[in-house]
Design a protein around this ligand. Sequence first.
Ligand code: AMP
Length: 421
Amino acid sequence: MKVLVLNCGSSSVKFQVIETSLEMIEADTDRTLARGGVEKIGLSDSRLTLDVEGRKPYQEISEILEHRAAVERILKILVHPEHGVLADVSEIEAVGHRMVHGGEKFASSVLITPEVEAGIEECVVLAPLHNPHNLRGLRAARGLLPNVPHIAVFDTAFHQSMPARAYIYALPYDLYLRHGIRRYGFHGTSHRYVAIRTARLLGRKLDEMKIITCHLGNGCSMAAVARGRSVDTTMGFTPLEGLVMGTRCGDLDPAILPWVMAMEELTLAQLNAMLNKHSGLYGMSGVSSDMREIEAACERGSRRAQLAMEVFCYRITKYIGAYAAAMGGVDAITFTGGIGENSVKVRAMAIAPLTFLGAELDGERNTHAPRGKECVISRDGSRVVVAVVPTNEERVIARDTVRVLGGVMPSFAAPETAAPR
Ligand code: AMP
């Protein structure tokens, strides 16, 4: 079946049309027919792009004022006689929606019913910057495609299997009970996909493996995946916790916050901007949030860029150690995301101190890892295999859509380890 995958942000809608089925998932033959998006929604120069393999990329600039109009434009271009890939929109048999936050309500991808929609609405308070846009996209798409099932795939669902000891903060328990303040984790679709692909790449069974997945992009997170289930992850109540990111600080002494607010006379909004937009690689280096530019600045001898690189990689190394301890061992470490898939230097620096753990890179394999391909970059005989697996969140969303409709969607809830209420 052809599934339309939608990922709606505040001013953008990204999409893919993916042909898939339970049989194609099994045979790994599902494929993307088209991908693209609308950017700068709400402005007079909104940009629609469409990429179809083997064709010249298409783009047009026009005024697209809101999400419904954006989805409408996407459907129109998909059936365009020259540029499109569908004869008619009725070829779309289901829509898979990326939803950022499913709170504790959703431990799996689900068919969107009125109750599910109300549940996603309840999670808005946990992700006020994301869920409202995801919901806006859902409503727009449902209005335009009312006769097909719409499925929600949550960034948080995969991490719902974490035991309470990994997700409870040492704060007054009441904050968890009244406000749901706990660690949720994000990038779940990516960590899940990458773990599954790693087992497949190595010809091993996922449910017999301990894998550490490192999703390093603009946002960065790691997960400890034991026997196919997330048992810990670095992002927390929000995506700010954990690793150093492009502009986010990651782990921090929380006492810094009131201190710096008082000393610098910051408002809450300024504090938030400092932590989310002015920190991370950008904040430390003063150069850029973009790893390519950090690497170039390191080459030019910038000490601040070199330090930012060291802090970035050191934290990855530390978490690998922590997650090996959490799982009682590790069989594979996998890199994904723009940095994880492309930065030879980050992979080398993060893994270098881990020979004691049995993780040894093969310099040649790391340097010449084929772009966009799954591959092993550790040396033969390395006790821990190190791999690179390009992530594909849209593919997971399309696959989950098919699985939900086929009644074979796994759930990641872990009631036996849930915290007392
Ligand atoms: P993503 O959010 O997954 O698209 O990743 C974006 C990050 O990947 C940015 O920091 C980019 O600088 C980084 N990136 C992309 N290509 C490369 C590359 N060839 N070498 C190093 N970093 C890269």
